[in-house]
Design a protein around this ligand. Sequence first.
Ligand SMILES: [Zn+2]
Length: 311
Amino acid sequence: MTIRSFEPADAPAVSALICTAMRVSNTRDYPEALMEEAIQHQQPQNVLDRAAWTHFYVAEESGRIIGCGAIGPYWGKTDESSLFSIFVLPECQGQGVGRRIIETLEQDEYFLRARRVEIPASITGLPFYLKMGYAHKRGMEALDDEGIYRLEKFRDNGCLVCQRINQIECGENPYFVRELETGYVVIGDQQRIPGYTVFLCKQHATELHHLEPGFRDRFLHEMALVAEAVYAAFGPDKLNYSLLGAGRGLHMHWHIHPRRAGDTPSPGPVWQLGSELSDPKYTPTPQELARLKARLAAALEAVLQKEKQEN
Ligand SMILES: [Zn+2]
């Protein structure tokens, strides 16, 4: 068996394979009428349309297509992806074809760039995906309105910034202020410099020149908007902007420090403070954090509104 990229000429064979799998395998778990309706959306043209915005693969044996699967952006996002159209011909199931397809998709750039990968799974496919390391999406253990399980996998790449973003995704990051197009705005963990704010890049990238130019320009532009909001919210003498990164925190994140005269022992970057910057005694109380977040969120909203009006 080989796995290769889908070609437009495969569309009729792939469509036929999906329809067969739905009729034979999925009707064990779904009413036939529902499957017949779903099959209307699995015609050759539908397959071609999907292949246009995903990376679509087929499994082939002796010139016959026996399986397929695709991966693409999750609702247009650059840091989340979704798997689609994973089907294996009924008589070829249980031979590791599905596993090989998943392994291929998990080597694809849409997988590697994502922090989180989702699968809309049928009842039929559920045990297989659980075995492949996917779990029920938070708060969605039941079937959705379409009779589908929402499963997901967080990629643990050891990156501390990705971990923080995943916490935001799960609603478990108390420092989170707002999501922008290219990143997430959070209040800094410790507030030795009051108003310290961080802007986390949505892409797990370590250098600006690694970003696609359009995304990079937007990321830099949004950093400037965040900085403007920090300025408006906390009224410093001067802002400091740093894009550093070391160890498990190479993933780009801007540190924005509102500076005031005399806030460090001697003039110069805040980094002269060393471990004092992360001293737990500067961790904001929940009340302080709520106040910081509210001020920054309001300023950010005003900056974004102003930008919208100017364009
Ligand atoms: Zn990362």
